[in-house]
Design a protein around this ligand. Sequence first.
Ligand code: THU
Length: 137
Amino acid sequence: MNGPSQEMLELARQMMARAHAPYSRFHVGAVLKTDTGKLYGGCNVENAAFPQGLCAEASAIGNMVAGGETVIREVVVMAKGEPLVTPCGGCRQRLREFAREEIPVYVCGPEGLRHTITLGELLPLSFGRDHLNISKA
Ligand code: THU
């Protein structure tokens, strides 16, 4: 839990800048570090049919899986504004699919780290693949 690397922060800033958020005007960047050390970024992608919008975390997960990886070791979520921006409920569960409860979620602003919390703290007593008796992919 040493905090995000400069490389993670820089990618998160870039992702945030690329968000497609013409409706909320709330730009979010997410970066996942996997067990190979590789980084995958994502941004929120909104839609004129509002419920079809995609969170930054979900888009980063899609990039990671498309890149052939499935084990998340660290997460950065970055947004502007004063309140801490943590992953929404749905994205906590999406992250849980690919991460252990102990992994850090670095809640960041454009200037850097604001708060560190584990996925287990964000999603306690979570439901996962172990409940379905399915071993790791
Ligand atoms: N959003 C994310 O992308 N990630 C979060 O962790 C919180 C919310 C997006 C969804 C929507 O495009 C905008 O922020 C406002 O809710």
